[in-house]
Design a protein around this ligand. Structure first.
Ligand code: SAM
Length: 187
């Protein structure tokens, strides 16, 4: 069966991430991706996880502690637009994940935004290691979602093919705006 965008995002991350790697979860939410990445990098790796909502940090901390994965994760109550000043310039990142949109069953007013998403992407690219991947899953059915989808699409399309491979993954016959996945891989 074809993988959902969410499942495919994990497949793409798993293919490149190993024990000891340094990675980023740009939109922590309830910590599902944070926990997945923390498991992949193990106790010798490190996950930078960002969210602007206090509740996201509380939920994620609880999840990580229960799973015994807390030690290898830095939880930052900061927008991902601060990656440039939070992740040292010389850091070599193997992977990063974004789930853009709002946190289900939470305040639908707190959404990711095009300008801050772009800032985060601009900061991640120079830190990405060769063969490293940035996976962006865009939920765009809400107000403001289309603008963010446009930003991500345009950002991805202008990347030079000599330096990056970029793919998009999308179910094109589904109702209710299923998420669209983008993956940027550095050559
Ligand atoms: C679709 S949810 C992420 C779901 C998450 N991957 C999970 O496993 O539950 C999007 C999240 O982005 C967060 N967010 C909004 N603006 C942000 C920003 N500038 N930087 C980081 N996170 C932000 C929201 O608070 C929300 O928790």
């Amino acid at each position: 069966m074809l993988q959902t965008a969410l499942r495919f995002s994990h497949t793409l991350l798993k293919e490149v991430t190993q024990e000891g790697n340094i990675v980023v979860d740009a939109t922590m939410g309830n910590g599902n991706d944070t926990a997945f990445l923390a498991e992949l990098v193990g106790s010798t790796g490190y996950v930078y996880a960002f969210d602007v909502q206090e509740q996201a940090l509380i939920n994620t901390e609880k999840k990580l502690t229960e799973l015994g994965l807390r030690d290898q994760v830095g939880l930052f109550k900061q927008g991902h637009e601060t990656i440039d000043v939070t992740v040292p310039k010389e850091t070599s990142l193997t992977a990063a994940i974004f789930n853009l949109g709002y946190l289900p069953k939470s305040d639908k007013e707190i959404i990711t935004k095009p300008d801050t998403t772009k800032k985060a992407l601009d900061a991640l690219l120079p830190r990405l290691s060769p063969k490293g991947r940035i996976v962006i899953v865009v939920y765009y059915g809400h107000i403001g979602g289309e603008a963010e989808l446009t930003l991500v699409q345009e950002f991805c399309q202008q990347l030079p093919q000599e330096d990056y491979s970029v793919l998009t993954y999308q179910f094109i016959n589904q109702k209710n705006n299923p998420p669209i996945l983008f993956c940027i891989e550095k050559k």
